[in-house]
Design a protein around this ligand. Structure first.
Ligand code: PEP
Ligand code: MG
Length: 537
């Protein structure tokens, strides 16, 4: 039994098989061996296993992506059979009396360099393939997991890091918990864990030997236990049972109002990342959707999602919510959410860079496509639009011009459009400070405290090293929230919070006192916040 501590991201207990997800960085160490023939045999066995894996990948790809795309796995198999490559590995093992991992890694590096220096573009590109096949063999020799498929049974995912594009593709019904080394409390993996209501930890260094072992994730204590002893496992089964009971108790709050003892009401909405999250929105009795992060549609695609694809997704959400408000945020790509086909330049300061509304305003064809899809979907329910990363009144006026012209274009085509509230996210200090002016331009404010805190405190929300400096309750942020709320009310519009801070139970009473009209939180947090509201005087 082993135990590791990590930073708690979402509470809960998960018990199940550990699955090391993604490619681990293989640390190849040169070691002397006694029996070169046995080592060559070990290499040959690993190679055979790699070829078997490639065959399986070919079959899978054939069905999923067609023969032309699947062919790469055949090419990789052939490369692994290459005489020069194999002779080099054998030779290094027998002449230097070293381990197979080392011999394969050195051969891979040498061959990759040879290919990279070739004139012909086709052969140049094979350099990456040599690295790939070598990595596969070395991973097998190191005893690690190679493929990124999470398999058929429910698992605890243990990864180095998880990109938003990876997590969106996972089969959610198979996820028991997330444990990563990188990421931070406000990273998108953390948000996904909260949305799904599954325990999650960050800051845990993984070990290859954990793969396939039974693990326990204690999201309350911030612990990962590997291969637990029987008494520990039994205690955790009991703890999980009690936890499930508590969750059941919260469910008794379903259908109840979000009202304090003295009668103050507040709207509790849900944050979602894609239409697949709707089940948990309904299960947790959200009054609406306060933030639909539409960029997940872009992250899931290989190319720009079409107007029709977007329209279908938005329509599904508003229809499913049956008249309840659904606030869809326009594209927020950039910073930690990179999409290849946008071909964004690498930036030194991506969080302060070309992202969100800045992309939309400079690439209006992308923005107009999304707005057309949104306005079309508005005819099917109660849809509102909000714009992220605003810093000025000028920007809002430009947005309103574009949105007006899109609406007029649709009406001229005879397409019906519903009544659409248009609001902005307040997630920059500039927007908070200008909120008196901005309030005159829009229908509502939704405060994105994740970014507002990042920019106010000058603390990168992705950087786990800064967690010690990150004060979620910093008075500067709380003052901004009060200011934004007051400025909204002065002109009769509503203000809410859609950042993670909205679910902070220690602040529920403060937010009620501030007079906020809405809190939009991960679906799993709706009922705990409702309880906190109902417990408030
Ligand atoms: C925020 O910044 O608070 C927010 C809700 O947006 P995101 O987390 O998607 O950046
Ligand atoms: Mg944000």
């Amino acid at each position: 039994m082993e135990e590791r501590s990590g930073k708690k991201i979402f509470g809960g207990i998960a018990i199940g098989k550990i699955k090391l997800y993604g490619k681990a960085e293989n640390k190849v160490v040169r070691t002397k061996i006694e029996d070169a023939d046995a080592e060559i045999k070990r290499y040959e066995e690993a190679k055979a296993k790699a070829i078997e894996q490639l065959g399986q990948l070919y079959e899978k790809a054939l069905v999923e992506v067609g023969e032309a795309n699947a062919e790469i796995f055949n090419v990789h198999s052939m490369m692994l059979e290459d005489d020069d490559y194999n002779e080099s590995v054998h030779n290094i093992i027998s002449t230097q009396n070293v381990n197979a991992e080392y011999a394969a890694a050195v051969t891979g590096d040498n061959f990759a360099e040879v290919f990279a220096n070739m004139e012909d573009e086709y052969f140049k590109a094979r350099s990456a393939d040599v690295k790939d096949i070598t990595e596969r063999v070395v991973t097998i020799l190191c005893g690690g997991a190679e493929d990124s498929d999470i398999g058929d049974e429910p698992v605890i995912i243990v990864a180095e890091d998880l990109a938003p594009s990876e997590t969106v593709q996972m089969d959610k019904s198979k996820l028991l918990a997330f444990v990563t080394r990188l990421g931070s409390a406000n990273s998108h993996t953390a948000i996904l864990a909260r949305t799904m209501g599954i325990p999650a930890l960050i800051g845990v260094d993984r070990e290859e030997s954990w793969n396939g072992k039974i693990g326990i994730v204690d999201g309350y204590e911030g612990k990962l236990i590997i291969d637990p002893e029987m008494p520990v496992l039994e205690a955790y089964f009991k703890k999980k049972e009690a936890d499930d009971e508590q969750k059941q108790l919260l469910l008794t709050l379903k259908g109840k109002e979000n009202v304090t003892k003295s009668g103050q009401k507040i709207n509790l909405y849900a944050n979602i990342g894609n239409p697949g999250d709707l089940a948990s929105v309904i299960e947790n009795d959200a009054g609406g959707i306060g933030l639909f992060r539409s960029e997940f549609l872009y992250l899931e695609s290989e190319d720009y999602p079409t107007e029709e694809e977007q329209f279908q997704a938005y329509r599904k959400v508003v229809e499913t919510m049956g008249g309840k408000k659904v606030i869809i945020r326009t594209l927020d790509i950039g910073a930690d959410k990179q999409v290849d086909y946008f071909k964004l330049d690498k930036e030194d300061n991506p969080a302060l860079g070309y992202r969100a509304i800045r992309i939309c305003l400079t690439r209006p064809e992308i923005f107009r496509t999304q707005l057309r899809a949104l306005f079309r979907a508005s005819a099917y329910g109660n849809l509102a639009i909000m714009y992220p990363m605003i810093i000025s009144v000028d920007e809002v006026r430009k947005i309103k011009e574009i949105s007006k012209s899109v609406k007029e274009e649709l009406l001229a085509e005879g397409v019906s459009v519903g009544e659409v509230e248009e609001g902005i996210m307040i997630e920059t200090p500039a927007a908070a400070l200008m909120s008196d002016e901005l309030a005159k331009e829009v229908d509502f404010f939704s405060i994105g405290t994740n970014d507002l805190t990042q920019y106010t405190l000058a603390i990168d929300r992705q950087n786990a090293k800064l967690d010690a400096f990150y004060d979620a309750h910093h008075p500067a942020v709380l003052r901004f929230i009060q200011m934004v709320c007051d400025n909204a009310h002065k002109v009769g519009i509503w203000a809410g919070i859609c950042g993670e801070l909205g679910a902070d139970l220690e602040l529920t009473e403060t937010f009620l006192k501030m007079g906020l009209d809405e809190l939009s939180v991960s679906p799993g947090c709706i009922l705990p916040v409702r309880k906190a509201v109902r417990d408030t005087q």
